[in-house]
Design a protein around this ligand. Sequence first.
Ligand code: OSB
Ligand code: MG
Length: 361
Amino acid sequence: MTLSISLVRLPLLSPFTTSFGTETIKNALILRLQEGGVTAYGESVTSIGPFYGYEDNTTALHMIRDYLAGMVKDIPSPEQFLTRSAQLRGNNMAKAAVEMMLWDYHAKKKGVSLEKALGASKGYADVGISLGMDQRAVTLRKVREAIDRGYRRVKLKIEKGKEYDIVRTAREEFPDVQLSADANACYTLKDLPLLKRLDRFGLVYLEQPLAHDDLLDHATLAKELSTPICLDESIATLDAARQAFEIGAAKVVNIKPGRVGGLVNSLKIARLAEDNEGHVWIGGMLETGFGRAFNVALAANRLVDYPGDTSPNDKYFARDVVKNPFSMEKGRIRPNKGPGIGVEPDERFLESVTVKSWKLW
Ligand code: OSB
Ligand code: MG
């Protein structure tokens, strides 16, 4: 029985720019558990630095090596692992990588797909695209290509002073597309006039306009806008989701299992949204084929009602580390049939992009 973690470095097909920076390479931490005939995987959504959240690959590696690996020697259920790891504050991205690996392991042991293990499924995930910031003409071309490929929602990244022009032109050229904008926390309430100007474009929602750790100001903003607010960064826990719905800080939540501590919490947040007449969709963090397979399985769940940022692998990478990438048809992706995440690693390519590996036990 072995548990190892590897850092893999995979170039992105094109740079991905948000209000917090530009990514050109995906630096992913991949967990691999081998027991009996079963090999299970996990992927941390952390990156090289704490720009999206406070965790990064170094802190996740520390948490997993020094705390979490020792808690899973008996391969507990995801729920048992959450109970054990609750004594450690925060660090949900590190916890999520381990939690998801346990889901994969137990689904494989039972011989069921992760999609099935998660409960009632639609059988497919509705897919939207997240477009990084770029020159206007480039973005508009990418919006057209996305619509032609069948994407069911197009999300534009925005930042202060670079929101009105791109949203207006995209809306004018594509009047019928489901359009959203993601600010990645770059505004404050003082920018209300800028945000109000977006109200007329019929966005399905405005994603994370204010601070990464704020709920209260979002509730204030929500009262001033007709566009619904979707929270991403601010929903770091199940309690944050409950509080957000309670005070009206969000109508929509972008669930990233990696951000909320895994799939158990993701399903609970989705149920909370349903109870509060809210909406949820599954976000992405430019995952490799391992992390992507978890997101797609979750996005197919009945509780998920909006299209997610779960593009097929070839949006991100010329070559992914898995042999069976997803393909999209009419803006939908079918989850793998399993067992577990149902992903076949491309071992030789995976090895060639692995920077370093650590044996945990
Ligand atoms: O805010 O949703 C975000 C990528 C990295 C960090 C944050 C975000 C994103 C994306 C990309 O929007 C979604 C994807 O296609 O994986
Ligand atoms: Mg976001």
